[in-house]
Write a protein that binds this ligand. Structure first.
Ligand SMILES: [Zn+2]
Length: 248
């Protein structure tokens, strides 16, 4: 398979080249089969390297990854920053003006959020799970893009494959705490138990940061329900998909 044939969910973001990977198109064996992009999950290092090379070929430039820790911290990728290898940083979001690299965020149920202001030539990618979302990772990402020249009125965002509000069951006390921090994030599972709707929370966070409601896409498949994607909730030991974005 040539790199450009990598099976992926194409992003509908205008003004950027972006995609969300699926399980398909890689070389990892079970339980990581097959396009696992994460090093920290117990998969074979060589397989992960081969999978990352396929993603690099598909997106056409080197891909920057970060060591994600459910923080609200944003890394600015500037001139001279190495895309990978020795200079991997700890952060849960990335922003850049560079056109010669792509930004990647890895997830298995958490939200991969891709952002772009095409006119300013600024792109961003954020890892928004419960902790990051409540900690302000999306607001911080938008602010970091503004610092690079983005106009929040123009910024468009897409929330990729991730757990839906009907599947993300949490204890009642956790839902209550989250609802106090981000009103509107609380939800209910199909069984009627407490849950969080991280996507609804992300939309609220992004519009609260100034994005136009019509500029936020949030209709991706649920990773728990759709077996084309990795899901930590469904499988525990599993790989990670990536949301990847570069300037158009
Ligand atoms: Zn679901």
């Amino acid at each position: 398979m040539s790199g450009t044939d990598l099976p992926a969910r194409a992003s509908r973001l205008r003004g950027a080249r972006a995609l969300f990977t699926t399980r398909d198109g890689g070389v990892s064996g079970a339980p990581y089969a097959s396009l696992n992009l994460a090093r920290h999950v117990g998969d074979d290092e060589g397989a992960v390297a081969a999978n990352r090379e396929r993603l690099r070929a598909a997106i056409g430039v080197d891909v920057v990854y970060v060591d994600q820790v459910h923080s609200a911290d944003v890394a600015v990728v500037g001139e001279g920053d190495e895309p990978d290898g020795g200079s991997v940083r700890t952060a849960d979001a990335l922003v850049t003006r560079r056109g010669d690299i792509a930004l990647a965020i890895m997830v298995a149920d958490c939200l991969p959020v891709l952002l772009v202001d095409a006119e300013a030539g600024v792109v961003g990618a954020a890892h928004a799970g419960r902790a990051g979302l409540l900690g302000g990772v999306l607001e911080n990402t938008v602010a970091a893009m503004q610092a690079l020249g983005a106009d929040v009125e123009r910024v468009r965002a897409e929330i990729g494959p991730s757990v839906c509000g009907s599947c993300y069951e949490v204890p009642a006390a956790m839902r209550a705490d989250a609802e106090r921090t981000l009103p509107g994030i609380g939800a209910t599972t199909r069984r009627g138990t407490p849950s969080l709707d991280l996507r609804a929370g992300a939309v609220l966070a992004l519009t609260g940061a100034g994005l136009r409601a019509g500029h936020v896409l949030s209709d991706a498949p649920c990773t728990v329900e759709d077996e084309r994607f990795y899901s930590y909730r469904r499988e525990q030991r599993t790989g990670r998909l990536a949301g990847v974005i570069r300037r158009a």
